[in-house]
Design a protein. Structure first.
Length: 302
C-alpha cells in the first residue's frame, strides 16, 4: 500500500462536519465518493477500501483553510489515474480530484507521504482562529459564512485574561467532550484575542483618493494553538471568553471552570461559522512515527 497525503481547504457552511454520517453531506463523504470513482473502488460502501484519516475533525459549519488527511491505496489503483494525462500518477490523482470535488472544497496538493506519517497522530499542533464582527467592527455581509456577528461591545482585556488561563496542560472537561476511550486533557501553546488593524487592501496605491480596506480590517479574532483539540473545545472556550467579554461572567468564573473540569450548560459551544482550522504542523520526517506512537497513548496530567 502507498500512503498519500492530501492538503485541502473547505467552506463548512453547507457541510454537516468532516466525518461521514449516513444520509448527511460531509466533507469526508464528498471526497471519498469522488475518490472511489477516480480509483475505481467498487467495494460495498458498508466496508469501503477508500477511507480518509484526517488531522482534525471539524464540526458542522466549521471551515478549514488548511486541513490535512491521508489515504492508503495500491500502486495499481494509483496507476489507473493517469489515463491519457502526461503526468505522474500522483499528480494525475491530484488533478482529477481537484476537478471533481464540489466547489466548496479545494484540493491544494496530493503527495506521497513520508514513512511513518499519520495525518492525525503525527501532528505536532493545530491552529484555529475564531472571527467576530462586534460593535467596534463594520460587519460585511460577504463574511456571512465565516464571521460571527454580534452587536455587543466586548471587553478584550477581560477576554485575554480568561484566554491566558487555558495555556498549558489542562483537563478541558468543562469545555469539551471526550471521544470514546479518550480524555479531554490537552496542551494549549498559544491563546489570545486581538483586533485586526485597519489596513488598506494594497500598500502602494496608484494615486486613488479612496483606500480600499482589507476585508478583515477591524475584526476581533481569537487564535489558539494546541497539540490537539477535543470535541467542541475551541467553540466552547470562545463562548466562555465571550461571556466574560460581555460582562455576563467573571474571569474568576472562567478560572473555576478550568480548575473543575465539569461540563454544564453555561460552557456549551458558540456558533460554528466564525471558526476556521488554519494550519496543521508536523515534525521532521524522521520523527513522524515516534510522534504518532507517543500521541496514541492515553494522556494524563502527571
Amino acid at each position: 500500500m502507498i500512503r498519500l497525503r492530501i492538503d485541502l481547504a473547505y467552506n463548512g457552511m453547507n457541510f454537516n462536519g468532516w466525518a461521514v454520517q449516513p444520509k448527511l453531506r460531509t466533507v469526508q463523504g464528498e471526497i471519498e465518493k469522488v475518490l472511489r470513482r477516480i480509483l475505481h473502488d467498487r467495494t460495498a460502501q458498508e466496508q469501503p477500501t477508500i477511507r480518509l484519516t484526517v488531522a482534525g475533525r471539524t464540526d458542522a459549519g466549521v471551515h478549514a483553510s488548511h486541513q490535512v488527511c491521508h489515504l492508503d491505496v495500491t500502486q495499481a489503483m494509483l496507476d489507473g489515474c493517469v489515463g491519457h494525462m502526461h503526468v505522474d500518477a500522483v499528480k494525475a490523482l491530484e488533478l482529477r480530484l481537484s476537478r471533481m470535488v464540489p466547489n466548496d472544497i479545494a484540493i491544494h496538493r496530493v503527495s506521497i507521504a513520508p514513512e511513518g506519517f499519520d495525518a492525525r497522530f503525527s501532528a505536532l499542533e493545530r491552529t484555529y482562529v475564531y472571527r467576530i464582527a462586534d460593535a467596534q467592527s463594520t460587519y460585511d455581509p460577504r463574511q456571512l459564512s465565516y464571521v460571527w456577528h454580534i452587536d455587543d461591545e466586548l471587553d478584550i482585556d477581560a477576554m485575554n485574561k480568561a484566554a491566558a488561563l487555558t495555556i498549558g496542560l489542562h483537563d478541558f472537561g468543562s469545555f469539551a467532550t471526550p471521544n470514546p476511550g479518550g480524555t479531554t486533557i490537552r496542551e494549549v501553546k498559544t491563546a489570545y484575542w486581538r483586533r485586526v488593524p485597519m489596513r488598506p487592501l494594497i500598500d502602494d496605491p496608484m494615486g486613488e483618493q479612496y483606500r480600499t480596506p482589507a476585508i478583515e480590517s477591524g475584526l476581533l479574532c481569537f487564535t489558539i494553538v494546541a497539540d490537539a483539540f477535543a470535541r467542541n473545545m475551541v467553540r466552547s472556550l470562545v463562548n466562555g471568553c465571550v461571556q466574560v467579554g460581555r460582562g455576563k461572567r467573571s474571569v474568576d468564573w472562567f478560572a473555576q471552570k478550568m480548575q473543575v473540569p465539569l461540563r454544564e450548560g453555561s460552557t456549551g459551544p458558540i456558533a460554528p461559522e466564525g471558526l476556521t482550522l488554519e494550519h496543521v504542523a508536523y515534525p521532521p520526517n524522521d520523527q513522524l512515527a515516534s510522534r504518532a506512537e507517543a500521541i496514541r497513548a492515553v494522556r494524563t496530567l502527571d
